[in-house]
Design a protein around this ligand. Structure first.
Ligand SMILES: [Zn+2]
Length: 395
């Protein structure tokens, strides 16, 4: 079976004979051809997609020396025409060659060796063997890589034996011992590689490092090449336009403006919290005045937060040590309550809460002086309050 992508990585269309069609263990249909321009998954480069006649090729895998073209319908026997999805392949060639160049730049400048490569859907990563990567090191590698691209050096491929291979300054030992395929950027990079590459560095167009992070013993560098750089720029610019408009600040001030906004909103949040606390103090005093003839303070509210009612109950019991406070909260389909008693009261809130919870089939808990709970709204807030008063009177 001839691998046409090794003879000419620019081959988009080809004719071939169908040798076999079969299903794999998962029941996926595939075809084997006598020759193909479809690159199978390998060496960090994803497979091609495209068409065989009118049938879609959804994946291409090399298994035990066979190249399986996974198809979504059977092919007619005999000669067929294949066409590789070129925008996808060209993108992979740009990313892959860009990776060679960036890896070589890190090795050349800092002796950081690349230990792995991943060509992702949106971005690519290499793991370089170093504990740290400084901003200026990343920038220097990126600059050198872009110089090599701009010089438009040839990218050559060569099949050699193991004995021939050792005559080249290879970045690392080839993983195969015979029929070694070298990818060479003269005077810059010599690599054993089975991927597809453009014929010159200029076609990588440009390379941009986006970010890096520690990954075990290595640093994972995220980057994009070729048309992906434009795509990234387009996306980032669109976000930036929205931000400059929303923050009413030019691009260079956007970060400061956002920081200021976050700081201001935190101050405001604290301010609102303080004001709320003050309001709850007034509300506590108000409730005590309303209930000054009784030992107990009871009220039914609508749509309050349980935390707010806990604070309110605590404030009332602090102001009136003998008081027992029962605050009910009605929500759309839930009923909540907080009960509290001051230091001077002998009542047991945990006991009260348990009895109330059994009435509404709810969940909650607390201690002798403060308890809370809630459950489905099986009765009105007023009914629950009445129940609480009865329980208190019995005990
Ligand atoms: Zn390669």
């Amino acid at each position: 079976m001839k691998k046409l992508y090794y003879q000419d990585s620019y081959k988009k269309k080809f004719t071939a004979n169908v040798l076999q069609q079969a299903k794999d263990e998962q029941g996926n249909l595939y075809a084997i051809l006598d020759q193909t321009a479809f690159y199978p998954t390998g060496g960090g480069q994803p497979h091609d997609i495209g068409r065989l006649n009118e049938v879609e090729v959804v994946a291409v895998e090399e298994i035990e020396g066979e190249i399986r073209h996974y198809i979504n319908a059977p092919l007619t026997q005999g000669e067929i025409t294949g066409e590789v999805d070129w925008s996808r392949r060209l993108d992979h060639m740009q990313q892959h060659a860009g990776q060679h160049i960036l890896s070589a730049a890190f090795a050349e400048l800092f002796e950081f060796q690349t230990v792995s490569f991943h060509l992702g859907k949106e971005t690519c990563t290499i793991d370089i063997h170093t504990n740290t990567l400084r901003e200026e090191e990343a920038l220097a590698a990126e600059t050198l890589a872009n110089e090599i691209i701009f010089e438009n050096r040839p990218i050559e491929t060569k099949w050699v034996s193991a004995a021939e291979a050792i005559q080249y300054p290879l970045r690392k030992q080839p993983s195969v011992s015979e029929n070694i395929r070298l990818v060479i950027i003269p005077d810059f990079d010599y690599n054993g590689c089975g991927g597809t590459h453009p014929s010159s560095t200029g076609q990588v167009s440009t390379i941009k490092i986006l970010d890096w992070e520690k990954q075990k013993q290595n640093i994972r560098v995220q980057f994009v090449c070729g048309n992906r750089v434009l795509k990234q720029l387009h996306e980032k610019h669109s976000v930036m336009k929205q931000l400059t408009a929303a923050l009413n600040a030019p691009q260079e001030d956007v970060a400061d403006a956002a920081m200021r906004l976050i700081k201001d909103s935190k101050t405001l949040e604290k301010d609102v919290e303080n004001k709320n606390e003050q309001l709850l103090s007034y509300e506590a005093k108000e409730l005590l005045i309303q209930h000054k003839t009784e030992d107990n303070v009871q009220a039914v509210f609508n749509g309050r937060s349980i935390k707010e009612l806990q604070t309110l109950a605590r404030k009332i019991t602090e102001l009136a040590e003998d008081s027992v406070v029962i605050l009910i909260n009605e929500l759309e389909d839930k009923l909540q309550f907080v009960c509290a008693c001051g230091n001077g009261s002998a009542a047991n809130m945990k006991q009260l809460a348990n009895e109330l919870l059994s009435r509404i089939n709810g969940k909650g808990g607390g201690n002798k002086s403060l308890a809370q709970g809630g459950g489905p709204k099986s009765m009105s807030g007023e009914d629950l309050l009445r129940a609480a008063k009865e329980i208190l009177m019995v005990n």
